[in-house]
Design a protein around this ligand. Structure first.
Ligand SMILES: [Fe+2]
Length: 205
């Protein structure tokens, strides 16, 4: 039987792995000496403006370019986004990161400073997959139309961009080495006008 299946409503995770500067030693060292707070199972920096620290500007620039690429090329949005908060996460062996999403943000991203990272797991937002358990997942041809979650195992220097509302977490870090990442949130850059004033959707940032 021949058919065409059209993916009606999809959520994309943008994987950017063209970061050119491989010497991130100073940034890694910074993440090792900054103060951390407990975050259920792993650690997050107390500094929520880490991209404003000395030496981070080139990475902030790369991440800003990537989220705006995602906004324009993937979503087709004619807006400009800027990074509003940024922090580091450290996940030690046997630790994980609980399921969560990022409020008060439009797109979020995670850049990886370490090798041997456990997977970043995204959860299917369609509740129908939670309402029924029709399949034996051991025998299922697992793909984006039927998955309850989707794992992306990031390499060092990889940036992953995703909609901030999408639930995600980190599976257990089985490797001996620390899993170190830099995460950030974005919002509309100042000076923009959105929506239609006469439809009462006008918004001036
Ligand atoms: Fe997150």
């Amino acid at each position: 039987m021949s058919n065409q299946t059209i993916p009606l409503f999809t959520v994309g995770a943008g994987v950017y792995n063209d970061f050119k500067d491989n010497d991130l030693t100073d940034l890694v060292n910074y993440t090792k000496q900054v103060q951390y707070l407990e975050n259920v199972s792993n650690l997050k920096s107390a500094n929520y403006q880490i991209f404003e620290e000395q030496g981070f500007s080139f990475l902030k620039e790369y991440c800003t370019k990537a989220v705006n690429h995602y906004a324009s090329d993937v979503l087709g949005w004619k807006v400009k986004l800027e990074i509003v908060t940024s922090w580091s996460n450290v996940t030690l062996k046997s630790a994980s990161h609980h399921v969560h999403n990022h409020k008060n943000s439009i797109l979020s991203g995670v850049f990886y400073l370490s090798d041997n990272n456990s997977a970043l797991r995204f959860y299917n937002p369609f509740e129908i997959y939670e309402a029924f358990d029709l399949n034996n997942y051991d025998n299922l041809d697992y793909h984006s139309f039927n998955s309850k979650f989707w794992d992306i195992t990031p390499l060092k220097n990889t940036l992953i961009v995703f909609p901030s509302w999408l639930d995600h977490g980190v599976v257990e870090q089985e490797n001996d080495s620390e899993r170190i990442s830099l995460a950030f949130n974005t919002f509309l850059a100042k000076g923009q006008q959105l929506g239609r004033p006469y439809a009462f959707t006008g918004l001036w940032i």
